[in-house]
Design a protein around this ligand. Structure first.
Ligand code: SF4
Length: 453
């Protein structure tokens, strides 16, 4: 009987880390390893870590300790793996010298090399058993599609570029081939991610790539256009995340107005006041964001804008904070999240003068969120009585007890949902990943309640 090596895999962190996990899992499966989400019976464990904020660092370090205690053979990858401790040495290696190998993010080959060293690959893998779309950690009906790695900006509160390096765009042919494989495997919603989606192709000077023999420029507009064309016959959704408000984005809005791409933009504004944005060293800080949002909404009135903000950045005056609240009101941001500023080890913002007291930072965050939630709640009240297309996320109980889905307004896990009441014809059943028409009856906090029609 042949031995089939088993690898336990724990994936922590953001969607970008998730796509790294998917690449490693896909490679492991392609080579014939068995993978599992637990340590039970595993011959080796891989932990994909997050190193962005203190809580994530703690969660990652705790997971590594648990894996070492439970299994003993542990490989660490991801953002935390690229971090140094106070002594300038690798943080993970310093704290856990017994880990077998440590790599930074986006290091599939290095991780596989370490796996091969410590758990030789099985003989004669059954390559055909791997689905063309690779191994996905998301449910079958939606998937994240990473178009680039790293970032050319140097925002003062962020250490991602030091962990993930400068922008590295994937070849457009590779991105489109992966999109097609995902769509053919039944994915109904592609979520486009990167650190800076608008900057796609900048590092390769927008060079022309090829997809199915056709030349396509590596630029965000051409990419989105090609994705929309691919998704159309499958009736699938394309949703854009981490889009900076550069002029290039204006060209995409008409595609949203006609429904070729979801009228949804995740734009991480972080602040509105020009002086704060300068201190943050934000990309597009000179852009007139409020005018831009108004112009987008003129072309595409149904556009939903999601954004994240930081309250209490070093030196933020009451006037600058008020500017942020006024911006929020005027921009009518549909889904806004806000963090109270907290220092991240290694970020240059730590050297800025004017650190505010924790209490004041938290007060401002709470004040911001109260305004934001009020705007969101009012906006969704206007949807009561309308009919929306909803993608079913949980269908098991969509017989007598109802279910859960999302409209174009909501990205998975970060926005709201549509609670689906039992359909009038209870004999009709729905499948996860199916699009249905829903009449919106009510709202509940940031969620909607509707009934399939
Ligand atoms: S744009 Fe700024 S916040 Fe985003 S990854 Fe780059 S440096 Fe970090």
């Amino acid at each position: 009987m042949s031995f089939t090596p088993k690898v336990g895999f724990v994936s922590l962190g953001c969607p970008k880390a998730l796509t790294d996990s998917e690449l490693i899992l896909t490679q492991l499966s392609a080579e014939g390893y068995v993978t599992s989400k637990t340590f039970d019976g595993a011959d080796l464990v891989i932990v994909n870590t997050c190193g962005f904020i203190d809580e994530a660092v703690k969660e990652s370090l705790d997971t590594i300790s648990e894996a070492l205690a439970a299994n003993g053979k542990v490989i660490v990858t991801g953002c935390l793996g690229a971090k140094s401790g106070d002594d300038g040495q690798n943080l993970v290696k310093g704290l856990h010298p017994s880990v077998l190998a440590v790599t930074g993010p986006h290091a599939t080959q290095e991780v596989m090399d370490a796996v091969h060293r410590h758990l030789p690959k099985p003989h004669d893998p059954f390559l055909d058993l791997v689905p063309a779309a690779g191994i996905k950690l998301t449910p079958k009906h939606f998937a994240y599609l990473k178009i680039s790695e790293g970032c050319n900006h140097r925002c003062s509160f962020c250490i991602i570029p030091s962990m993930r390096g400068d922008l590295k765009s994937r070849p457009i042919g590779d991105v489109l081939n992966e999109a097609l494989a995902l769509l053919e495997s039944g994915v109904k919603e592609l979520l486009i991610i990167s650190q800076d989606t608008s900057a796609y192709g900048v590092d390769i000077r927008y060079q022309t790539g090829f997809f199915q023999g056709r030349p396509i420029k590596s630029r965000v507009y051409e990419l989105v256009e090609a994705l929309a064309e691919l998704a159309e016959p499958f009736g699938a959704w394309i949703r854009l995340h981490y889009v900076y408000p550069y002029p290039a984005v204006d060209e995409i809005i008409p595609m949203m107005a006609t429904g070729r791409v979801l009228p949804y933009l995740d734009v991480p504004f972080q602040h509105s006041h020009p002086d704060v944005l300068k201190r943050m060293k934000r990309p597009a800080s000179g852009e007139k964001n409020i005018e831009r949002i108004h112009a987008w909404r003129k072309v595409c009135p149904q556009l939903v804008v999601r954004s994240t903000f930081i309250a209490g950045f070093p030196g933020e005056t009451q006037g600058e904070f008020q500017h942020l609240l006024d911006f929020l009101q005027e921009a009518q941001i549909d889904h806004a999240g806000c963090f109270a500023y907290s220092a991240v080890d290694g970020a240059t913002a730590n050297d800025l003068p004017g650190m505010l007291a924790l209490e004041l930072r938290q007060e401002r965050q709470a004040e911001f969120m109260a305004v934001a939630q009020n705007i969101s709640a009012k906006k969704i009240t206007n949807l009561i009585g309308s009919t929306m297309q909803v993608l079913v996320d949980k269908s098991k109980s969509l017989g007598r007890a109802g279910g859960v889905g999302r409209s174009y307004r909501d990205a998975p896990e970060i926005d709201g949902v549509v609670h689906l009441l039992p359909p009038e014809r209870v004999s009709k059943t729905y499948l996860t990943g199916e699009f249905i028409k829903v009449k919106i009856l009510d709202s509940q906090g940031l969620d909607l309640i509707g009934v399939p029609i």
